[in-house]
Ligand binder design. Sequence first.
Ligand SMILES: Cc1cc2nc3c(=O)[nH]c(=O)nc-3n(C[C@H](O)[C@H](O)[C@H](O)COP(=O)(O)OP(=O)(O)OC[C@H]3O[C@@H](n4cnc5c(N)ncnc54)[C@H](O)[C@@H]3O)c2cc1C
Length: 408
Amino acid sequence: MTNLRRDPADEPFRQEVRAFIAAHLPPDMARRSRQGFHAPRSDTREWTRILHARGWSAPNWAVEHGGTGWTLSQQAIFEEECTRAGAPLLDIFGLSMVGPLIISFGSEDLKSRILPPFLRGEISWAQGFSEPNAGSDLGSLQTRAVVEGDDYVINGRKIWTSGAHEATHIFFLVRTGEGTRNGLSMLIVDAHAPGLAIRPIIDIRKEHSLNEVILDDVRTPVANRIGEEGKGWGYAKALLENERAFAAEIPRNRQNLATLRQIAAATLRGGRPLLDNPLFAAKIAELEVEFLALEFMTLRALSQSASQSGGQSGGQSGGHRVDFGSLLKVRGAELVQRITQLQVEALGDHGAYFYSHDAHIAGEPQPVPGPALAPGIWSEAMYRRATTIYGGANEIQRTLIAKQYLGL
Ligand SMILES: Cc1cc2nc3c(=O)[nH]c(=O)nc-3n(C[C@H](O)[C@H](O)[C@H](O)COP(=O)(O)OP(=O)(O)OC[C@H]3O[C@@H](n4cnc5c(N)ncnc54)[C@H](O)[C@@H]3O)c2cc1C
């Protein structure tokens, strides 16, 4: 197993990454990312383009597929430095979900058409799996694709499709036969294809990240199928395991904990910083200990997966297949919620103030009531109510854990 301890030999690498980010990350992009609101996808694409010029746009892919070939430790350092500096999140749908599937199972033609533009920041993805009557019970989905000539013709309805309105491509799980095991296939579709309608779902924060996607005789070339027809369920399971491993969100949780400390230090209660209150300080300490445990669980999972695939995670053997994805999902999703809720608590009255996404992300920075860090905190806490639902509801993960680890 890979050594999980930090290697002092990586220090020059950290300095190189830090210097690159300091020289190339546009300040307005960093400001938008730091706000806690969802930054626009255009920032992700532009940051990907900047990284691509340096050969760094796929940190977790092997060199032969256009990645960096970095070790897990180097990948972790890169993520840490990016998050610390306020760089936008890279396109996880592409890097850790559909990209590794295309690398492992896609035809050479598909790889050459899709991977290079993705690495250049020209393609951004959305995931079209869930349907109004198929979420936890994904295998019962009804969106159907039928071959007509060189195309699949797709009809159906998807829901909760995050970022579809900003995506250039959507990867869909669709029905091409009967049953689950052999009846589903995975297709890539142009997000602007005729017949594909994207309807916004405005969430509790009054923000738009979710969508309903209606497919009415939408055509996509048969050549856009990933792997074999009827094998989509197996591919989807590998992809969802990667999504669950990401749910631990180590860099984001680390940053959120640091922000929590900053808010608690800047907020006065009874004339003293909240951070000096032993009860509140104990709550932070408890979360920090749990975070440390989660960080090591994630490193163990990635390390085990890398030694199984004999190289970088995400680029070989169907991506970084993490055996204990359900454990990471449950612990990570709950920790994200608890940290963001404590941030809101630390803000006191300002935790209830509505800071507008549009004013802070799309417009120029506004003077705000409360601490400078306050905008975006409530919004993030509200959005994160969904972490225990998306990527496979935690109740379902607990059942999987009971079967897999406890033999129940
Ligand atoms: C913010 C957000 C973003 C999302 N983004 C995407 C996306 O980009 N692409 C995409 O395809 N999907 C996305 N989803 C959909 C998500 O994957 C589903 O919401 C999730 O799988 C749950 O399905 P469901 O909503 O149909 O709930 P249901 O499956 O109807 O579940 C409702 C409740 O019943 C419980 N339940 C259901 N079955 C069982 C069982 N067998 N045992 C115990 N409890 C059970 C669930 O745990 C849950 O609490 C997103 C969802 C959210 C909230």
